[in-house]
Design a protein around this ligand. Structure first.
Ligand SMILES: [Zn+2]
Ligand SMILES: [Zn+2]
Length: 283
């Protein structure tokens, strides 16, 4: 069995859409699968329809301390991080939470585009309605670029998450031609801010069975000169920990990347790509 050594997108029980998934259950899953490091990225959402899914301010200290305490009980390295929804408007809560705690990793996300939540079965159809796909993706990447330019984040998550419920409106999978010029501008912004993106393997569990982003996006990122890339399963359940990550690493290697990035105290660590996947004995 092959396993990636780390997983940098994992939701435990402070994400209200992962209520039963305790850190302890993830430790057990990591030990069973030979995963050496988990970076937890609970949702921080300041406003909008998904606000209740995120961690509350009064819970943050407990979230971080619990990860540090359980880190002492296992050989698996546990790191506290956040997945922050970038939503236009007042960013004071985001700034305060980033400042106030010692995070290992801050992941930036775009889920909400205007009033459309592309991660919601119910609230995503309006994102696609009445316009060519390239216009819809334009709106997504304008926000994605804005998120990058805040400078708040270490990496950006699932770069084409708008595909999540595309099958409700389009029978065909999205093509690279559907990614507007604003997409290329956001990739340029990543380069200017010395950032990168994750390969988010949750897409392999969703309708079209394709990771986020599509391979052509990764090629564009590589051609722009970006070298920081990371990998995450976006697990909301322990059984998804590490899901499809060895294949994601193989895909990145095929595109030309030589490293996979992990983080400590928000500093990037460039792990040689051949060191990231290892063969684990079935236990
Ligand atoms: Zn997300
Ligand atoms: Zn997530």
């Amino acid at each position: 069995m092959k396993a990636a050594r780390f997983d940098y997108h994992v939701h435990e029980s402070h994400s209200r859409d992962a209520r039963e998934s305790t850190v302890q259950l993830y430790i057990e899953a990591a030990e069973a699968r030979g995963i050496e490091e988990i970076c937890f990225t609970t949702h921080l959402i300041t406003t909008g329809p998904d606000v209740d899914l995120g961690i509350r301010d009064h819970e943050i200290e407990g979230y971080v301390n619990n990860i540090h305490e359980l880190n002492e009980t296992t050989d698996v390295h546990l790191k506290p991080g956040l997945e922050i929804d970038y939503i236009k408007g007042n960013q004071s809560r985001v700034e305060r939470v980033i400042e106030e705690f010692n995070w290992d990793f801050i992941l930036g996300s775009v889920h909400l585009v205007g009033k459309w939540d592309v991660g919601s079965r119910k609230r995503s159809p309006g994102f696609f309605d009445g316009r060519p796909l390239v216009e819809a993706t334009h709106d997504y990447y304008v926000l994605y670029k804005e998120a990058i330019e805040t400078g708040y984040f270490d990496m950006m998550s699932h770069p084409d998450y708008w595909r999540r419920y595309i099958h409700q409106k389009h029978t065909e999978a999205a093509r690279w031609e559907d990614y507007s010029d604003a997409c290329l501008e956001s990739i340029d912004a990543l380069k200017s801010y010395d950032m990168g993106v994750e390969v988010n393997t949750s897409g392999r569990r969703h309708a079209h069975g394709i990771q986020y982003p599509i391979r052509e996006f990764l090629v564009a990122v590589y051609d722009t000169g970006i070298r920081k890339m990371n990998i995450g399963s976006d697990s909301h359940l322990p059984e998804h920990l590490g899901f499809w990550l060895p294949e994601a690493v193989e895909m990145l290697k095929g595109v030309g990347f030589k490293h996979i990035t992990s983080f400590s105290g928000r500093n990037a660590i460039m792990n040689p790509i051949d060191s990231v996947v290892r063969t684990v004995k079935n236990r």
